[in-house]
Design a protein around this ligand. Structure first.
Ligand code: ADP
Length: 186
């Protein structure tokens, strides 16, 4: 099963991706986590990416796309993957389509986590990550609206919308149910 998870920052995508990855047995690939690991290890990519994460800006697409392409060559993605935080722009979505197309594969679905902006700001302030100050949160929401939200149209015919306002377990139950009804167990 090859899935993309979409949703504003703070929608709980990462948490849901983790659970779903266990449910369906495919790796959870979070570009945010990959960048944070590079930054923690002070790699050249980490050095190049850190100021963008600090500002709540998108890391330039070339860096991001190369990192994802490489991750998708790891054999654990053979039976599928869950992409969390990628693509985040039309250019990234086109690059992904290209990469998958070269291998003769396609996405099975795009899960869209739907939630109110007020709720996401509250959640992010509560979790207290380094880039979770109010000003940077606002910038991430702005970047989401401008760069990422257009993907809802781009992927229109593959989208499965999920109400992400409930408790973690409830959202996971909803996600599994909708996935089962729309895609089955590929
Ligand atoms: P959230 O979903 O809460 O915004 P993430 O962990 O997904 O958090 O992303 C954190 C930061 O990592 C983003 O604000 C951005 O700087 C960078 N980032 C993650 N994914 C991408 C991507 N696909 N393209 C560019 N930058 C990215």
């Amino acid at each position: 099963m090859r899935l993309v998870l979409l949703g504003p920052p703070g929608a709980g995508k990462g948490t849901q991706a983790q659970l779903l990855s266990e449910n369906i047995g495919v790796p959870h690939i979070s570009t945010g986590d990959l960048f944070r690991t590079h930054i923690a290890q002070n790699t050249p990519l980490g050095k190049a990416a850190s100021r963008f994460l600090d500002a709540g800006e998108l890391v330039p697409s070339t860096l991001t796309i190369d990192m994802v392409r490489e991750r998708l060559t790891v054999p654990d993605t053979q039976n599928g993957f869950l992409l969390d935080g990628f693509p985040r722009s039309i250019a990234q979505a086109e690059a992904l389509a290209h990469t998958l197309g070269d291998r003769g594969i396609k996405l099975n679905a795009v899960l869209s986590f739907v939630i109110d902006e007020d709720v996401v700001v509250e959640r992010m302030l509560a979790r207290g990550r380094a880039d979770d100050s109010e000003m940077i949160i606002r910038n991430r929401l702005k970047v989401y609206a401008e760069e990422t939200a257009p993907l809802l149209d781009y992927y229109a015919d593959q989208i499965i919308a999920i109400d992400a306002a409930g408790e973690v377990d409830e959202v996971n139950r909803l996600t599994q149910m909708k996935l089962h009804n729309n895609v089955g167990t590929r």
